[in-house]
Design a binder for this molecule. Structure first.
Ligand SMILES: [Zn+2]
Length: 425
């Protein structure tokens, strides 16, 4: 049988609710969801792009693969990636990425072509049209294509905003600019679907979620975030004082591990291979590629923490998979800003600071309080003790990260400048 092509679409910042609830006009994603198999409780390893992609491509948590943050880390030597495995299995492997996913991160490991583009080149510009041509003429079958789509991510500048294609600017496509931007991505996916060979497995997910402003413009919200950061730093307050108070007019990601920042959609679509269905079982981002290779009956020799979820797709019942989550902040350097946590049994979230003393731990019952508003840590010390033990057993402290090495200090400065432009101030 002819080997299937694999298209892994990662829409930056795509929150699970914007794929699964009627918040944006997304007929193509809804069709893939309705005719394919969707997982509704998938948890990203971090709320930041680079470490989340590293987790996705290795099936390992950041503390295992070395990519611990958005800056200064690269994939540890000797770690086999899923693109490497696919290459061994006869696939031609291509990545189309942007944002902070520089080659220097080592995330190009296993790709025949790792095409990094400037974030101004999007699916809505000439680049998007050229990409459609690549599917027709350039990618050699069988192919694995990692497609990183950027428009919902906030674009920095004097007036931070999100890219919304002109045909989707009306409020009927979504109440927020984020929703309208996602709707624009869906419009492009309809074009993409038309050029794809039928013998293709489509997998759609997000790298992490996003805090969306519902009451202010993205520009105003961005300014409030920056101001709150500066004031907080000056007064020595914890981020909790600010973030909790102004959540409705806050934007971005990376600052915490709340569900809206780490819960991503996961849809498998292939009329022949994938049975229709959905699962509420809690999964992790690290389980995605092990599931893909299993679904294609490819034997994997990758020693990763992620496990296939094919059983669930075949209708079997399974236990929720506890997910370790991290937030690595939005500033450089940033260890004081880091937060870690565990999302257990699709029910509890425990958040703590691994480096800062006296950070008030947080604990939420997600069934009763899905928006994580009411911190009930004090009354639940017994459950928290159990969760702390689970985290200890993972040995999350065992690897502090694989530091990037620089040829020149100029090279380092240039990357920092680029990251600042992307919003990691
Ligand atoms: Zn991202």
């Amino acid at each position: 049988m002819k080997q299937k092509n694999i298209l892994l679409i990662v829409v930056d910042c795509l929150r699970a609710d914007h794929a699964y609830e009627k918040k944006a006009h997304i007929p193509i994603m809804r069709k893939w969801m309705g005719q394919g198999f969707s997982f509704h409780n998938v948890i990203a390893s971090t709320s930041t792009t680079t470490p989340s992609f590293a987790s996705l491509l290795t099936g390992l948590y950041p503390f295992q693969n070395g990519v611990r943050s958005h800056s200064g880390y690269s994939l540890k030597k000797g770690i086999k990636t899923f693109p490497q495995l696919l290459k061994e299995k006869g696939y031609n492997t291509y990545a189309e990425v942007t944002g902070p996913l520089f080659k220097k991160t080592g995330l190009n490991r296993g790709f025949d072509e790792y095409n990094y583009r400037n974030e101004t080149e999007t699916v809505h510009t000439e680049w998007g049209e050229k990409l459609l041509e690549k599917f027709k003429n350039h990618y050699k079958e069988p192919w694995f294509v990692l497609l990183h789509i950027w428009p919902p991510h906030l674009i920095e500048g004097l007036f931070p905003r999100r890219i919304v294609v002109s045909k989707r600017r009306s409020r009927k496509y979504g109440k927020t600019s984020f929703a309208r931007s996602v709707s624009g991505v869906d419009l492009y996916l309809s074009k993409l679907e038309r050029v794809l060979d039928k013998n293709t497995l489509i997998v759609l997910t997000g790298d992490h979620g996003e805090q969306i402003s519902t009451s202010l413009s993205d520009t105003a919200s961005k300014r409030i975030r920056e101001m709150s950061f500066r004031v907080r730093k000056k007064l020595g307050l914890t981020k909790k004082h600010f973030v909790k108070g102004i959540r409705e007019c806050f934007v971005g990601h990376g600052y915490n591990v709340y569900d809206l920042l780490v819960k991503v959609p996961l849809i498998f679509y292939d009329k022949k291979l994938v049975k229709k269905g959905k699962s509420e079982c809690q999964l992790r981002q690290i389980d995605i590629l092990p599931t893909v290779v299993d679904a294609l009956s490819l034997k994997s020799d990758i020693a990763c923490t992620g496990k296939s979820a094919l059983g669930l797709m075949k209708g079997r019942k399974e236990k929720n998979r506890d997910a370790f989550v991290e937030a690595v902040g939005i500033i450089i350097p940033n260890k004081d800003e880091w937060l870690s946590g565990i999302r257990a049994n699709n029910k509890y979230k425990y958040i703590y600071s691994p480096y800062k003393e006296n950070y008030e731990e947080e604990f939420y019952n997600l069934e009763k309080d899905p928006d994580e508003r009411s911190n009930i840590a004090k009354k639940n010390q017994r459950i928290i003790a159990g969760l702390k033990k689970k985290i200890k057993d993972m040995k999350t402290e065992k690897m502090l990260g694989e530091k990037m090495t620089w040829k020149t200090s100029k090279e380092e400065e240039e990357m920092k400048k680029k990251l600042k432009k992307l919003g990691y101030f």
